[in-house]
Design a protein around this ligand. Sequence first.
Ligand SMILES: [Zn+2]
Length: 483
Amino acid sequence: MLLVVHMPTFFPSSTDLLLGLAVLVILFRLIYKFRNYVVNRPLLYPGLGQEDLHAKFSVFLDKYSFYNSLDDVGKQKMLERCVRFASQKRFLGSKDFVVTGEMVVAISATAVRLTFGLDRYYLPRYHTIRIFPTAFYSPFHKRELKGGASTKGVLFFSWADFVQGDSIENDRINLGLHEMAHALRLELKYGKGADRRVADYFDSWFGVAFDEFQKVRKGEGNYLRDYAGTNPEEFFAVCVEHFYEDADSFSKELPDVYAHLCLLLNLDPLNKENNFAYDRDLVIARSTDLKYELPEKIQRNYRYDSWHWSFNMIIAGFFVFLPIILYCISTVAIEFSDVLLPIAIMIFLVVSFRSFWFNKGIQMYRHLFMFALVGVSFPGLATMMVVNMNFHQSKFLDFYAIAEHHSRAVGDKIRVEYTFTEASGALPNRFRQVDLTIDQSDFVDSQQMFMETSYGLMGWKNIHSRTLVLNGYDMLKVDKPEL
Ligand SMILES: [Zn+2]
């Protein structure tokens, strides 16, 4: 009796791999879209359509001088941003204080005014806005407050003070802008939705403003109010109030702080003719004696990032490319020692360009090493193995004779472990060992194995299939795999 045990190894085609990749990409796109939908879904005014909302908002917005200074395109932009901002926040009145449409629009407009030049304008960390009729007692601060921005995503306002700040447009005091400035900073420090520009340039701006901060701190400042010296956060918030309410004097008194604040917020309150757009040439022409040059391009700053793109590569290395490598190991006949050299070369190449990666935000050695090993060499090795499997020379047969076998009964079956000697071509042990559980009657004590193999583009051997011939003679009768 002849028994042939055919053991195909895994051998995906390039089409399978591409299809698998496409499915993964589509899956990630869907998850990303769903996440965006959850994050951006409107919470407020469920019964009102976009047009109704726009109509209602524009009635209130018409009272704002910032809005009225914009052209039609700018007005449309501000209107849409306000509606979007308002739709995403919960506005709660304290106790029986009723929140009106005017409050919603005024608070939204203040936030949008601050972030008008930015791409990320709606402070996603801030989900709730609590409005009090007047100054309120804060058990946390143990004193009366007019407003506040919590690290947990809640903004507080005393409505009376908010209105007062808004109604006098040039007294350099604006509670709404002050708290929104805090929120913008806290978004940067604790949130995930900070604007790229603010994350990249805030530290540089504070560097430019530092001398002035020190002066105000010592009580030697002669423009910003003393409160700005409390700490860097209050300094920024007070600067924002001056920026919007007293831009002309600000740009003359503290030209560097003003100019770089324009760059930071991508907005110039003095450029009324052109939707307050930041125009580098215009700012430079206005302040000819800038001590700190306005950069043309903002350098990347990863300090506030909770995530770095290289982490994605490290995760992909572990969860996508390492499984691909483990999968390919059952087909590509390489030993562990064969992959050490390619991995070492890839790590060496990555690490030797350290200053390049340093500029890309990989600034610690252990991060760089993980990135080189898992994020670069795993994908590299997986690619090499897949290429080797899919681009190969014509297949040939290798024959192997049995070296030893061990057998033991498992129920009414018999389990046999075979080890084959190599007859032609060296092979890692894992391909020369076969574990089988077969019927007692099928067991014959003489065996041979042949493998269908090929050499791939990387010079490694592929094992396409292994066929075990248990009776060991009359090879002509064996069902050969197709060549
Ligand atoms: Zn403050």
